[in-house]
Design a binder for this molecule. Sequence first.
Ligand code: MG
Length: 209
Amino acid sequence: MKINLETIQILKNDLSDELLNHYSLCDLLAVDCEMMGLSPVRDRLCLVQLCDKDEKAALVKIEQGAKSPNLKKLFENIKVKKIFHFGRTDLTFLYYWQQIDLVNVFCTKSASKLVRTYTDKHSLKDLLKELLSTDIDKSNQLTDWGAPELTKDQIKYAAGDVLYLIPAYHKLIELLKRENRLEVAEECNKFLPTLAKLDLLGYVDFFAH
Ligand code: MG
């Protein structure tokens, strides 16, 4: 795994203006979040990871109660396509903790489900192994992301979750085109912010009878 710790920028509570300007000019941006747990109202958002196509990665560590206006500006910028893996969770936490109403998103997990119907393995690890022959280390997934200082292993893990998302996105777009499912994927992605809001309202299966 080619992660160079020296090149990863670590910021407190928000993006710098310089990074906001840089990422705002990107067509594609990989994004992931780490939280204290999986319950959006109970568990706070701890870390937001970003990476562009040139592997310029930044980790924004968010303290209890802090707001991130530059992240909000970037994520609400319709010109930048934000790529997540299972964006449903990230969007829910970003909406609840930062009041960020994301637009122009792409979820690699739902795209994978639309085209890789020969398998039920749609985790990021499985997806990257197949599409990019890359094996990412998920051993730090269940660690304390709210601790005041991140460990080196946490930094590597957090950056690893965004470093390969843009290359995976390109592969998935090819597959979606090949299988004539690009349009339905786009419709799913458009609905994702609404799904996050329905989750927060407590609906389990909104369209069920
Ligand atoms: Mg992650």
